[in-house]
Design a protein around this ligand. Structure first.
Ligand code: SF4
Length: 508
């Protein structure tokens, strides 16, 4: 049992990390079709589509953030759950060794990375008994960018732009609309939401995440919730947030709502926001041997249809080509909406690097540099390093530090996703720098723009948090915050807030 169970779980993890399920592919195809050719959202979706296909073809991580592995396991009465838990943990560690999962488990106090994805609370494994002979294992890999966009509301509440949300389904609707609006592009829209009405604060979030195990095309068994799900899907895309928050027609690809009983005094609405890289699969295993009998969510006998051709970044002829290091003069010519193709050296830096730079001199000269908010998946090869997945991480986390670092270190461009706030915008204007929005989650696509790894600094922070010196060619990104005080993120947020106010006036 043990070795076959281990093999089956390892197969499940690898497949989940590298190949999106058919229902998500179908929803993403619809999003790609709905967008007008040539718009920023269409360009973003084209890169996302290519990235999804690339990941499946090369069995590489769809997104470099392989998230918090969460297993839901159903076992026959009398099955040895202690052994299964051990085997699941070993399979997680092996998938990490093979580069299919990024080491994502860090000590919450010291920040030290276990390097194996194992640690207190990771991975998450829930067991349940059922009266069947088989074992069912479902897995979801939900990344940090979208996890940070989860929201919980205690009703009644006053919601900005929407007014009062009462303890009714109309109030629940307002909470969901608010959560999607609030996420903007930070959770790598278009996303999907799992929602729980009721429960307590803890069970509400758990149940909301469980809703993400439903397929996007299923219909809620409760007619009241089925109607609410349909009405949300019918109206939410009017917000115009679009792919990556660039403005566009598809902001959400799914809304699944569950309900739990609550205390009379409490009325929580919990929203679990997942990104377009909605990695969720499952397997049915032989209860005696642990061998894989069948897949859930996908038909293994049906070939996967490609979402996009592999045309690379589609040039319009209006792109600005840039080579690092950048000058202030070059950067000041850029304005919001410009598409740049960047070549030369870029340095990665995320949470640990930013905290470090606030107290220490940079390990390299950052004058004229490009700082990439990215925690790549890297592997040792022939005595050097290769990057196997390298999309942008959510930039807003660095908002408390970024302005100081731009001013002090002479950084001319920051690449990330989801945009940054007023403090950073002020520093861009004052120092002459830009914010470039890359396409969140397009880890395979961007890995292919990296020619080589020249060096690495601050390796003591672990591989995702170290400062990697990458050499890139024609790395595409969109100027979404410029040195003239303009921010596409601010504009889309304002326009979508106006739409939100319009939706508030409509009841269900
Ligand atoms: S697609 Fe975006 S939100 Fe999703 S895991 Fe990747 S970086 Fe995080």
């Amino acid at each position: 049992m043990a070795s076959a169970f281990f093999d089956s779980v390892l197969t499940l993890i690898v497949r989940t990390s590298t190949d999106l399920p058919p229902d998500v592919r179908t929803a993403m195809k619809a999003a790609m079709t709905a967008e007008t050719v040539g718009t920023r959202s269409a360009q973003a979706l084209s890169i996302i589509g290519q990235n999804i296909d690339l990941a499946a073809d090369c069995e590489g991580a769809i997104c470099q953030d392989t998230g918090m592995p969460t297993f839901e396991v159903k076992t026959p009465v009398g099955a040895n759950q202690i052994l299964m838990r051990q085997q699941i943990r070993e399979a997680v560690a092996e998938a990490t060794r093979r580069g299919k999962l990024r080491p994502n488990s860090v000590d919450s106090i010291t920040g030290e990375n276990s390097g194996t994805n194992l640690g207190p609370g990771t991975p998450i494994i829930h067991f349940e008994q059922w009266e069947k002979e088989d074992v069912e294992v479902k897995l979801i890999l939900k990344g940090g960018g979208c996890e940070n966009m989860n929201a919980q509301y205690s009703l009644p509440a006053e919601l900005p732009g929407l007014g009062r949300a009462d303890r009714t389904l109309a109030g629940v609707r307002k909470c969901i609309l608010h959560a999607v609006w609030q996420a903007q592009g930070k959770g790598c829209a278009p996303g999907a939401v799992g929602v729980c009405i009721g429960g307590d604060r803890t069970s509400g979030y758990v149940h909301a995440k469980e809703q993400l195990f439903r397929t996007l095309d299923d219909v809620n068994g409760d007619p009241r919730l089925a109607q609410l799900e349909a009405s949300i899907m019918g109206e939410v895309n009017r917000l115009g947030i679009g792919a990556m928050g660039f403005g566009g027609r598809t902001s959400l690809i799914g809304c699944k709502i569950g309900v739990l009983n609550r205390l009379p005094a409490s009325f929580f609405v919990s929203v679990a926001y997942d990104c377009w890289a909605f990695r969720r699969l499952g397997v049915v295993l032989d209860g005696r041997t642990g061998e894989l009998k069948d897949w859930l969510y996908r038909d293994a006998s049906t070939p996967v249809a490609a979402l996009a051709d592999q045309a690379g970044f589609r040039r319009t002829g209006r792109e600005v080509t840039l080579r690092t290091p950048l000058t202030e003069e070059q950067v000041r010519t850029l304005t919001v909406g410009d598409v740049v193709l960047l070549s030369g050296r870029v340095f990665t830096g995320r949470d640990a690097v930013h905290a470090h730079l606030m107290k220490h001199a940079p390990p390299v000269d950052l004058n004229g540099s490009v700082l990439y908010h990215c925690g790549p998946v890297v592997a040792k090869k022939d005595g050097g390093w290769v990057v196997t997945a390298a999309g942008p991480t959510t930039s807003i986390r660095e908002e408390p530090y970024q302005a100081d670092i731009i001013r002090r270190c002479g950084v001319r461009a920051v690449i990330g996703k989801g945009g940054m706030g007023a403090k950073t915008l002020g520093a861009l204007q004052e120092a002459g720098a830009v914010y470039l929005n890359a396409i969140g989650g397009a880890a395979q696509f961007y890995a292919r723009t990296i020619d080589r790894v020249d060096d690495v600094s601050l390796m003591e922070f672990g591989t995702p948090e170290a400062m990697w010196h990458l050499h890139v060619t024609d790395f595409p990104a969109i100027v979404t915050m410029d040195s003239h005080g303009n921010s596409l993120h601010k504009d889309v947020e304002q326009e979508s807030a106006n739409e939100l106010a319009g939706l508030a006036a409509i009841g269900i």
